[in-house]
Ligand binder design. Sequence first.
Ligand code: SAH
Length: 248
Amino acid sequence: MSYENIRVVMIGTTHPGNIGAAARAMKNMHLSDLVLVAPQTKFPCGKARARASGAIDVLENTRVVDDLASAIDDCTLVAGASARLRAIPWPVKDARDCAEEMVVASNESKVALVFGRERSGLTNEELERCNRLVHIPANEAYSSLNIAAAVQVLSYEVHMAMRDKEKLKLHVANDYPMSTAEEMEGLYQHFEQALQTIGFLNPENPRQLMRRLRKLFNRAQLDKMEMNILRGILAAAESPKKPREKND
Ligand code: SAH
C-alpha cells in the first residue's frame, strides 16, 4: 500500500480554481501525485494557488501533459470517474470498491484515478483507456458532483481503504508484475495488425471489434507473462509455422 503510487489525473479542466481545490482535497487525504492533461487555462496560475490553500506543494509538483496516454503510461490500473452510466457498456465499480482495489494494486505499481471535463466528462476514447469506470453513488436525478468534490470523495475512500490494512494483507501477490497501460496499447496495436493479416478484421468495416477486445482485456488485467504469451500467439498467427509432429 502506498499513497505515492496513487495518481489523480484531471483532463481538460476549465476552471483553474477546481485544480487548486482538487489539490487541497488530495493533500487532506495524503495524496500528492496530480497530473493535468491539457488544462483549458494556463497553469501554474494564481486562481489555482488561491484555492489550494496549504496544498501549494501538491500544485508545485503537478505535471502538465498533452494527452491521457502520457499521464497513465506507467500505470497498471486506471479507473475513470464518471457521473453517469454510458451508452458503451464498461465495467463500473462504486467509489468504495474501486478505492480498495486501487489501494491493493498500489502495493506493487502505479495506479490512476482519471477525472473528466466539467462540462462533458470523459470521451469514449478516454474511457477505452480505463480498466473500469468508478461512480460515486448519488441522487440519480442529479448525480454530477463538482469535480473537486468528486476528487475529495474518492481521495477519502482511498484513505479509508489504506487504514484497513489487515484486510488488504490477505490479498495474494501475483507471481508476475502487471502490465502497464503503455504495454496494453502495444498489445491492441499488435492485435489490430495481426487480425488484419489473418483476415479476421476488415479495416473497411471494423465494427466494434477493437472496442470489444479492449473491454475484454481491460477487465481481465494481464500480467507480464500473460502479455508475452498473447504477443507470441499473435506473432505466430501472423507468420504461421508448420504444426509440430507428435514425436518432435
Ligand atoms: N456533465 C458531465 C459531468 C462532469 S462533472 C458528465 O455528464 O459526464 C466532472 C467530472 O467529475 C466527471 O467527469 C467525473 O470525473 C467527476 N464526477 C462528477 N460526479 C461524479 C460521480 N457521481 N461519480 C464519479 N465521478 C464524478
